[in-house]
Design a protein around this ligand. Structure first.
Ligand SMILES: [Zn+2]
Length: 298
């Protein structure tokens, strides 16, 4: 299996979550081994997507270089991961990725329009060799060795509309589109009001998030999946791990995980060196065939 970029440039305009203003985003093909790179055209600054570029994880995953940042990259990164896109230039004229409907589905339609271009060099995967775990009280996220690509998430919210939800996701691109991509981000009305008072979340609405008050869901259309909350947490986790720049052969497991814990997990994995990098240079092993199948474009 080889590295991938997009076949042709595409561009669109969407609303940024925090400023509530239109943002233009353009995707361009990029060279082999160059990774995912954001370019802030308004500031003439390139920001390479990698765990070391993360500057904030409180509300969303934010990357930056030299004080220039790009916010809310996680849903877009999750989509790139699922399409097996290794190399891409993402040009923005503002500091946030358009939020779209709060899920990954609009980005997948954009990538379908751009098409996938196979490149010449072998794709590489991060194969987890030893367990790595980050814990904070009863919350944890961890990576374990596995012959499959699993994302296993449990949440437990003391809220009548959420409660305890568990989802075990066996990754393939097709399963991502069906089971995960449409799951929207969610937030509580109290938090939205607080954020608004700080001049944030100006673009946030029932069009791009599930919003809950103390009793239930405010969106008149209801949920897209019965367990949409935990599925969205998997969407986020894939996007956060995508910063490692390679797909992960292993099992990710989380209880009440967050962007902050996911970020710490990526740094810990790199620090511990608890992985092997495997070149997908042949399709002869069972493992390599399984990865090629997971990223099949058909
Ligand atoms: Zn999210």
């Amino acid at each position: 299996m080889r590295e991938r970029t997009i076949a042709k440039s595409v561009e669109f305009i969407g609303i940024g979550l925090h400023k509530g203003l239109p943002v233009r985003m353009r995707l361009e093909p990029a060279e082999e081994r160059s990774g995912i790179v954001f370019y802030r055209r308004d500031r003439n600054r390139y920001i390479k997507v990698r765990p070391q570029s993360v500057v904030d994880t409180r509300m969303a995953t934010v990357i930056g270089e030299g004080g220039v940042t790009v916010s809310t990259i996680e849903h877009f990164m999750s989509t790139l991961y699922s399409y097996g896109i290794d190399n891409l230039l993402v040009i923005l004229d503002s500091d946030e990725v358009p939020v779209m409907d709060g899920s990954a589905i609009a980005y997948s339609m954009l990538l379908d329009e751009a098409g996938i271009q196979e490149q010449r060099v072998s794709k590489r995967v991060l194969k987890i060799r030893d367990r790595v775990r980050v814990q904070e009280g009863e919350k944890y996220v961890e990576l374990l060795p596995s012959k499959e690509m699993i994302f296993d998430f449990t949440i437990d919210f003391d809220h009548p509309a959420i409660g305890r939800e568990h989802y075990r996701f066996n990754f393939t691109k097709q399963a991502f589109l069906k089971e995960i991509a449409k799951a929207r981000t969610f937030g509580f009305l109290k938090e939205v009001q607080y954020l608004r008072s700080m001049g944030l979340a100006k673009g946030g609405s029932l069009d791009n998030a599930i919003v809950l008050d103390d009793y239930g869901i405010l969106n008149p259309e209801g949920l897209r999946y019965p367990d949409e909350f935990v599925r969205h947490k998997i969407l986020d986790a894939i996007g956060d791990l995508a910063l490692l720049g390679m797909p992960i052969m292993g099992e990710y497991r989380a209880f009440a995980g967050s962007h902050a814990l996911n970020h710490r997990l990526t740094l810990e994995l790199l620090k511990e060196g608890a992985y092997d990098i495997v070149e997908l240079d042949r399709d002869s092993t069972e493992e390599q065939r399984a990865i090629a199948y997971a990223f099949a474009t058909g």
